[in-house]
Design a protein around this ligand. Structure first.
Ligand SMILES: Nc1ncnc2c1ncn2CCCCCNC(=O)c1cc(-c2ccc(F)cc2)cc(O)c1O
Ligand SMILES: [Mg+2]
Length: 206
């Protein structure tokens, strides 16, 4: 995938990096990027929220990191957490190829360990937008952890990938029934396939 980016994408051009990855995943080898269809929904939410602070849980190869960072205002900050060091190493190069390293802080480690340290380590008060795309059984515990750590403010947006496939039933149950959130489901398809999947967008009400 990285070779395809370096071969087919233009340095400093995030859209060409996104296109090269999508082409590779459609033609050569499926990969678990959010993909072009759900990626358009992600883009519209990022544009609507226009966030100054973004947390991404699950960087993988940096595809959604590049999509998000390319839409951020100049002073905005995106912190992205990746557990797998091999994925992190690739993502770092993909983000650099897109020329977005100044907007992105890639952190290696487990979300459960890093979320409680966000304020002290990165001087973050609250996140305007959180993109959940990591272990599906970590969406709920990490959301509760972000609440407890005071990382969400009235109006913070959570956008969760894969709520249908592979699925995050406990997270959906919680977020759709909690009086502290207003949720909306965006029906789509699993990246590069015809299988149903979707994004759940939730506003924290405080
Ligand atoms: N900072 C952190 N803390 C904790 N865990 C962390 C982490 N950083 C990373 N991880 C570990 C996440 C590993 C990847 C998570 N994503 C997925 O597992 C995922 C799977 C599919 C999929 C669907 C149908 C299939 F047939 C097969 C696979 C699709 C997707 O869009 C997915 O996002
Ligand atoms: Mg995903």
């Amino acid at each position: 995938m990285l070779a395809a980016v370096q071969k087919n994408a233009t340095r400093g051009d995030p859209r060409s990096v996104v296109k090269a990855i999508d082409q590779f995943c459609r033609q050569k080898e499926w990969a678990m990027n959010v993909g072009d269809e759900k990626g358009c929904i992600l883009d519209s939410v990022v544009t609507e929220v226009n966030p100054a602070t973004v947390l991404e849980l699950g960087t993988y190869c940096g595809y959604s990191t590049v999509r998000i960072a390319s839409l951020l205002p100049s002073n905005a900050k995106l912190i992205t957490l990746e557990f797998n060091p091999d994925y992190a190493a690739i993502a770092c190069q993909v983000i650099a190829w897109a020329g977005l390293e100044d907007k992105v802080q890639l952190v290696e480690g487990a979300s459960g360990d890093w979320i409680p340290k966000m304020k002290e380590k990165f001087g973050i008060e609250t996140f305007d937008l959180v993109f959940l795309d990591h272990w599906k059984d970590r969406y709920l515990p990490d959301t509760k952890l972000m609440e407890e750590c005071g990382l969400l403010r009235k109006g913070s947006i959570l956008l969760a990938d894969n709520v249908i496939c592979p699925g995050t039933p406990d997270y959906l149950e919680y977020i759709r029934n909690s009086p502290r959130y207003k949720s909306q489901y965006f029906k789509s398809h699993l990246e590069y396939t015809k299988v149903e999947d979707g994004l759940e967008k939730s506003v924290f009400l405080g």
